[in-house]
Write a protein that binds this ligand. Structure first.
Ligand SMILES: C[S@@+](CC[C@H](N)C(=O)[O-])C[C@H]1O[C@@H](n2cnc3c(N)ncnc32)[C@H](O)[C@@H]1O
Length: 383
């Protein structure tokens, strides 16, 4: 059992708040109800709108597109109507965007710039001239570079066909020249990020490329499907979640951090490189740039401490936490960094905790099987 001082050092919380940790953490967890939601939730695969990129039309590890209806049900049961929601580890922004309406303030944050660009595009833009943008997208689509550039020299013939890689580099360069303001630039880069995903010779991230280069479709940019009328109250940040948490207040706080040691900057270095366009040196087979400043505490042993600090500073009425329960895997990099009991105990500092669980069905050759894998939401009503 941990001594109070050790607990304080480990979790970095005030004395009166950590008393409970002196008891067996799992015993506390047992007192928390786990509600298994038997309902089946359906989602529309990708949900394409012809001629546009929708926010969910991209592959992203851990994205919660399939969970929107489940989260929505918990929110209506537990929170009723709310005026503001903060998606502090927003990734693609799918969850914030799902609740983005005229009268709801969405705060969206991710510390990767490539995600921030898309979050600003879909949830931050309040005024756009669609016709002008369409013309620019057409112009970018018509580029036919024959010479190599930074992008093709580093990523051609591996992650992309040489032709696509040359085009991606040339388009990114042209965006700098074409954009008349920051909003335009963000929209065009977002369009490029989404188009790149469609032609990448990968399984959905850039830790590696597939050996056989058979993703040969041409690169095509579309306009992101923006609803500016919903975005007036929104706030978009590109910050460390723990730093931002000290400055914001909201009704609903949705927390979806990375849950294992796989760093998102390792998986999405290429998009980050493309979005920032500083043209750094890249190295190794996977051609990654230096990423020391982009590493997340939530992928390290310090994850529990970071989570405890995040919750300590949360100023909100409701907290929802998504955290995966893939259990112990042979590959230790896939194991969850924070234990369920730790999540519950840390949330209990703020109020009553419930766990909503939904069985996840894996679909194989037409049959659906429940494979013991569950999606959970830890819900805390802040008192
Ligand atoms: C599980 S993903 C979120 C997925 C998201 N809910 C979605 O539906 O797309 C976690 C995200 O947290 C971001 N992240 C990791 N550590 C962070 C930190 N300390 N501050 C802010 N964002 C962070 C990663 O870049 C990643 O996009």
């Amino acid at each position: 059992m941990l001594k109070l001082k050790e607990v304080q050092e480990k979790y970095c919380v005030a004395e009166k708040e950590v008393q409970y940790l002196l008891f067996d953490p799992d015993a506390q967890f047992k007192n928390t109800s786990v509600l298994n939601v038997g309902k089946t939730y359906y989602y529309t695969k990708d949900n394409f709108v012809p001629g546009f990129f929708q926010i969910q039309n991209r592959r992203y590890l851990g994205n919660k597109y399939k969970l929107t209806a489940f989260i929505s049900d918990i929110l209506s049961e537990k929170c009723g109507s709310f005026q503001s929601l903060c998606d502090i580890f927003a990734g693609t922004g799918i969850i914030g965007n799902h609740f983005n309406k005229r009268n709801v303030r969405i705060i969206s944050n991710d510390f990767l710039y490539s995600n921030y660009v898309a979050l600003r595009t879909f949830m931050g833009i309040t005024n756009i001239n669609l016709n002008k943008l369409k013309e620019k997208i057409t112009l970018l689509n018509l580029l036919k570079p024959v010479k190599d550039n930074y992008f093709s020299l580093n990523f051609g013939n591996t992650y992309f066909t040489l032709e696509n890689a040359r085009k991606i580099g040339a388009i990114r360069e042209k965006i700098e020249e074409l954009s008349v303001n920051e909003d335009e630039k963000l929209i065009l880069i977002t369009s490029l990020i989404y188009a790149v995903d469609k032609v990448a010779n990968t399984v959905g991230h850039y830790d590696a490329f597939r050996k056989k280069l058979d993703t040969i479709n041409p690169l095509i940019l579309f306009l992101p499907n923006i609803r500016p009328e919903n975005n007036y109250n929104n706030e978009i940040y590109c910050e460390d979640a723990n730093r931002l948490m000290k400055r914001i207040t909201c009704d609903v706080l949705y927390i979806d951090p990375p849950y294992n040691s796989r760093q998102y900057c390792d998986a999405y270095h290429l998009l980050e490189n493309l979005a920032r366009w500083d043209k750094p040196n890249v190295y190794g087979v996977a051609k990654k740039m230096y990423r020391g400043h982009l590493k997340s505490d939530y992928c390290l042993k310090s994850a529990t401490k970071a989570f405890a600090e995040l919750i300590r500073y949360a100023k909100c009425k409701h907290i929802l936490v998504s955290y995966n329960n893939t259990g112990e895997s042979k590959d230790s990099r896939s194991n969850a960094r924070i234990k369920d009991s730790e999540i519950v105990n840390i949330l209990k500092i703020k109020g009553e905790v419930q766990i909503f669980e939904r069985n996840y069905k894996a679909f194989t050759t037409g049959k659906s099987v429940v494979d013991g894998h569950a999606e959970r939401i830890f819900y805390c009503k802040v008192s």
